[in-house]
Design a binder for this molecule. Structure first.
Ligand code: NZQ
Ligand code: ZN
Length: 389
């Protein structure tokens, strides 16, 4: 096991009806006026907006709305919000949505306490030293953003889809996870969410940590549960137990617990994916179902033992020969992704073959990437080629 430090201050309110408790939490924190931040309108159709407004009114929290956050959120929206916060004397923010809204809100929360350009955080030119308090009502379980300090935002004009961490400052103070609000998700978004959560577990599991039995067994348990319940939800979208299990596992996948005693994760596949969703604006989960099997295949020599272990745990593949079992696992994983309706090749998402060098160039801006094996532009291009068809 690798020595570690673990810290996660986010209070989670989990279960049906918990949105009603949020107003009291915000009032307790001393916040008087919040920015109510949301996406393109799903919260008006499924009643979440009404529930949020009700609890704010009940506890006399004033609010100013700013919706319109798009999936794969953009820095121009963050900058618009920071301006509004200063004009309106807002002292807190409530993000109502999926990862895109929450990530946008994290950048706003930290950016509104920073004199320079908020994009500096993403370029590593500055680190947040404070942030206004952030509260979350999660509507899509996928990213784990509801329980971590990370935000991913795109600078549109440069096609840079980059991440930042505000450390202690950008953990949500309180996150409400009411799985019933996810009944309204389209099937493909439920699938994308499960794949994103699975990929977070893979990034950590496959980072080259030699041994960590307890956390690996925990990670395997989360993966099994995600795989089981996403299938149930495709048949029964209103199954509350499955919605709850998926929501719980997605949060745990990236709230620091799967990182305990590990080297910190590989994360090359995430970087490689972010370039695809920066240029093609496809959902993050779709990019991952296409690219993770390709990354695994490319790193077969070094990743085989752990891939074979996953094959045993998830598909009952005989661990006999590491390499053979690892290849079997990758095939099974792709089959599973196809079965749940996710794409497994870049060509399925109309990515042009001619664009692969441009994507590789974009992902390699911060090269070398990856911990298990350091990857450079040529490696990244090879992975795109493996994922092409
Ligand atoms: O915009 P609205 O109308 O709300 O619709 C959204 C959006 O179209 C819809 N949706 C959300 N909840 C719904 C719903 N529709 C019906 N019923 C509901 N209950 O779903 C669509 C996708 O939403 P989005 O927030 O974009 O999805 P997700 O949660 O997957 O977030 C993806 C973003 O998070 C980043 C991704 O790269 C991507 O930009 N990530 C953030 C991470 C983090 N902060 O830790 C880590 C991840 O690896 C990831 O990179
Ligand atoms: Zn992800």
């Amino acid at each position: 096991m690798v020595p570690f430090e673990y810290y996660n201050p986010t209070k989670i309110l989990f279960g049906e009806g918990k949105i009603a408790k949020l107003g009291k939490e915000i009032a307790k924190s001393g916040v008087k006026k919040v920015l109510l931040h949301y996406g393109k309108g799903s919260i008006f159709k499924n009643g979440v907006y009404d529930q949020v407004v009700e609890t704010l009114k009940k506890h006399n929290i004033a609010y100013v709305e700013l919706g319109g956050v798009k999936p794969n959120p953009v820095i121009s929206k963050v900058q618009e919000a920071i301006k509004l916060i200063s004009e309106e004397n807002i002292d807190g923010i409530i993000a109502v949505g999926g990862g895109s809204v929450i990530d946008s809100a994290k950048a706003i929360a930290a950016g509104s306490k920073y004199d320079g350009n908020v994009w500096d955080f993403f370029e590593g030119k500055a680190a947040p030293e404070s942030a206004i308090p952030l509260f979350v009502v999660l509507t899509l379980s996928a990213t784990g953003s509801e329980g971590n300090p990370f935000g991913v935002v795109t600078k549109e004009e440069e096609n840079k889809k980059w991440a930042f961490s505000g450390g202690v400052h950008t953990f949500p103070r309180v996150s409400v996870i009411d799985p019933t609000v996810q009944f309204s998700l389209p099937a493909n978004q439920t699938v994308n969410g499960a794949i994103d959560a699975m990929s977070h577990i893979f990034e950590l599991y496959l980072d080259g940590t030699p041994e960590n039995d307890a956390i690996e067994a925990y990670a395997e348990g989360l993966l099994k549960s995600l795989m089981k319940h996403v299938k149930v939800l495709l048949e029964q979208p209103y199954n509350l137990e499955s919605r709850s299990q998926l929501a719980l596992c997605a949060m745990l996948a990236l709230n620091g617990t799967t990182r305990i005693g590990r080297l910190g994760g590989d994360w090359a596949t995430h970087t490689i994916e972010h370039s695809v969703s920066a240029f093609y604006d496809i959902p993050h989960g779709e990019g991952l179902s296409i690219l993770f099997p390709a990354w695994m295949m490319y790193n077969l020599d070094i990743a085989s033992p752990k891939l074979a272990k996953l094959g045993g745990a998830l598909f009952g593949i005989d661990e006999g020969s590491d390499k053979k079992s690892a290849i079997q696992f990758i095939h099974k994983l792709r089959e599973f992704y196809s079965e749940i309706g996710a794409p497994v090749t870049l060509s399925e998402r109309a990515v042009s073959r001619d664009m692969l060098p441009t994507l590789a160039e974009n992902a390699a801006i911060i090269a070398p990437i990856g911990r298990l094996k350091k990857l450079y532009k040529e490696d990244i291009l090879n992975i795109y080629k493996l994922a092409y068809e």
